[in-house]
Design a protein around this ligand. Structure first.
Ligand code: SAH
Length: 503
């Protein structure tokens, strides 16, 4: 008897949009030791795999041939027998033309424990993202999901006569190469020649395409449009409803694929808002932040907090680290009672306010210079009123810009520039910079630098950079990117900028 602690989860990743991945799937993914995935799994879902997790890509090997099914089965068995928690991640639903059953056979024979996490199948979700309800009471009473490509050969062995009699909605998966054959089969079996039919390419992504026609004309239209896989074919009266019900591309940022760089350990306000407005996101973990350990200077500052009059923050992550340390030292915000608070911009302000502290000062423009100048002005006035020196504590990144400090130093204001975290470029970017990204969003000059390092590109002329402010734009311009600068240096102003670019 061998003891086997390994287990396999067969998980459906949905059709591509990461928002369509299930909560259970995500939870399972986060505890996996190894993830075995293929090419239909969306980038957004892949980005949810933790950095430490081993990945095995079985979509393609050299020469574009997929890894044979038997070999995939063996990989799953082998990994589980090593005692690993294995997630087999598949596009759509694992049991809808996903060979999920085949993969379970070997596991079951070998007594490997498994679970299934269903996914949203492209057969239903892709029509939905194109405004096609696959059933509609006024038109059809059945829905059929058919493979355009059978197991033994490329010839589809479909009983068209039987299908046409059912008078339903027909969804063909894996049918791009057989569009003429499928349409001819249906026509031969007596379907009305003007029966609406559609091809839906890359559904649920920013660049999804829809070609709506009828069964007689679909093959020519598909050829003209050079349709590529993945795409589904929908035949039935419901296809005509797309004209009225299309919606995905009409969202404020529908059709835009935007790369966003952000620190890995916190979510990005910008990314969340872009996604809600309908953009497809590529999250580039360009910068990682790391708390400086054994930070004596910070501890020292906490012991003498009443010697400072202001705490100045230049990033939300700085706020988090500062307050975590406070707690770790068994103190709370009462020990900060002597301080006024300054924030560089709205995200930092929000983080401070979440700690139960109102922010006293924030510049109009998001920049170190503006913060430094506004502080200088305010502090000089305070010093006059109080007839004493005022002292600032500036907990921030180790390699921060000098812009904040310059005006303070020039005015002779006393401050302590206190490094509490380091920014490190992340090593895991796995070339997420695919060809079809429309824009890259930059919220600081350092995100530009990180991006340049990460992508390994040498030519940035084709990159369209949407920048939060002048400083960021200057940096992007240095690398020859095409720049677009938000009117005001705020996230909301960046969103406005994208809305204009989308339409
Ligand atoms: N298990 C998957 C289907 C796998 S078969 C599911 O439930 O969705 C692969 C076929 O799925 C492709 O050839 C294509 O027809 C379809 N498909 C998958 N994702 C798609 C997408 N985003 N857009 C259009 N078709 C897709």
């Amino acid at each position: 008897m061998t003891y086997v602690a390994g287990k396999v989860w067969l998980v459906g990743a949905g059709p591509s949009d990461p928002g369509l991945f299930t909560l259970k799937g995500k939870a399972v993914l986060e505890q996996a030791d190894v993830v075995v995935y293929d090419k239909l799994v969306g980038q957004g879902v892949l980005a949810m795999i933790p950095e430490k997790t081993e990945r095995i890509f079985v979509g393609k090997v050299s020469g574009n041939h997929p890894v044979p099914q038997q070999e995939i089965n063996q990989i799953l068995l082998r990994e589980a027998q090593k005692g690993k928690q294995v997630v087999r991640l598949k596009g759509g639903d694992p049991f809808v033309f996903g060979r999920g059953g085949e993969e379970l056979e070997l596991l079951s024979q070998n007594g490997i424990a498994f679970e299934i996490v269903p996914g949203i199948t492209s057969a239903v979700a892709v029509p939905a993202y194109n405004g096609i309800p696959v059933t509609h009471r006024d038109f059809v009473s059945s829905l059929h999901i058919i493979t355009g490509h059978t197991k033994k050969s490329d010839e589809a062995e479909i009983d068209y006569e039987a299908l046409v009699k059912l008078d339903g909605t027909y969804i063909f998966l894996m049918g791009v190469a057989s569009i003429p054959k499928i349409c001819a089969g249906l026509l031969g079996a007596g379907i009305e020649p003007d029966m609406p039919a559609a091809i839906l390419e890359r559904g649920t992504t920013a660049h999804q395409r829809r070609i709506v026609s009828d069964v007689s004309h679909l093959p020519a239209e598909a050829e003209k449009a050079a349709v590529k896989t993945p795409a589904i074919i929908v035949v039935g009266k419901v296809c005509a409803l797309a004209e009225e019900f299309h919606w995905a591309e009409d969202r404020p940022l529908g059709g835009l694929k935007i790369a966003v760089t952000r620190p890995r350990d916190r979510s990005s306000e910008l990314a969340q808002k872009l996604a809600l407005l309908g953009a497809e996101l590529v999250l580039l973990p360009a910068i990682e932040t790391k708390e400086i350990e054994n930070n004596d200077a910070l501890e020292e500052a906490f012991h003498h907090m009443n010697e400072y009059d202001w705490a100045v923050f230049t990033s939300p992550v700085g706020v988090e680290i500062f307050f975590n340390k406070l707690r770790a030292m068994k103190k709370d915000i009462r020990s900060l009672a002597s301080l006024q608070f300054a924030a560089i911009g709205s995200a930092t302000k929000k983080s401070i306010e979440e700690k139960g502290i109102l922010v006293n000062l924030m510049p109009h423009e998001y920049s170190g210079k503006a913060l430094g100048e506004l502080l200088t002005q305010t502090v000089l006035q305070e010093e006059q009123e109080r007839s004493r020196k005022v002292r600032l504590l500036i907990p921030r990144a180790k390699i921060g810009t000098e812009d904040v400090l310059k005006p303070l130093a020039a005015a002779g204001i006393g401050y302590e520039d206190l490094p509490i975290y380091d920014t490190i470029e992340s090593s895991d970017c796995e070339n997420r910079m695919e060809q079809d990204i429309d824009y890259v969003a930059f919220t600081s000059a350092s995100t530009v630098k990180g991006f340049v390092k990460q992508t390994g590109l040498t030519d940035f002329k084709h990159i369209k950079a949407v920048c939060i402010g002048k400083k960021t734009a200057e940096e992007a311009e240095n690398y020859g990117m095409q720049i677009i600068v938000a009117k005001e240096a705020t996230i909301d102003s960046m969103l406005e900028c994208f809305k204009q670019l989308a339409h």
